[in-house]
Design a protein around this ligand. Structure first.
Ligand code: HEC
Length: 126
């Protein structure tokens, strides 16, 4: 009898532990576009976003300077989202700009576009 109760309590304990783990894993996800930029973009576009990330010297085409209002101002919001979602090739640019559709959700891509607009302090052509 007592063993049965202990087994039940242990089962409940495992369940709570599993829930806690699931919650922790969820919290480990990037919460903002700024976090996602730090995780997925800085390697090429650089910490400051000027296109001089640690991988940049190895790339045949230099990553876009996200801080340049001149460069980023020439790109439409839709085009930026497309480049992030489907990669450089989708917008007729270098394949060295990867596709992030398996990594970022559509909402995260749209947030990233806004984040980039904040970095360049610019708007795209309407
Ligand atoms: C492996 C290197 C690499 C990574 C990682 C990378 N990029 Fe790029 N990105 C590039 C290169 C190279 C270009 C320039 C493509 C060209 O001009 O042909 C580029 C261009 C761009 C452009 C401009 C597209 C255009 O139409 O001119 C945007 C916007 C962009 N990247 C956003 C991002 C974002 C946001 C991330 C992170 C989620 C990211 N990139 C991660 C290499 C990278």
């Amino acid at each position: 009898m007592r063993i049965k109760v202990i087994t039940k309590l242990m089962a409940v304990g495992f369940f709570v532990a599993a829930l806690t783990l699931a919650a922790t894993a969820d919290n480990a996800r990037a919460e903002s576009a700024s976090d996602n930029y730090g995780l997925y973009c800085v390697q090429c576009h650089g910490l400051a976003g000027v296109g001089k990330g640690i991988n940049a010297p190895a790339l045949a085409v230099q990553p876009r300077n996200h801080v340049s209002a001149k460069d980023m101002g020439a790109l439409k919001d839709d085009g930026i989202a497309l480049a992030i979602r489907d990669g450089g090739v989708a917008v007729g640019k270098s394949a060295q700009m990867p596709s992030f559709k398996k990594i970022l959700t559509e909402a995260e891509i749209q947030d990233m576009v806004k984040h980039l607009r904040g970095m360049c302090k610019c708007e795209g052509p309407k």
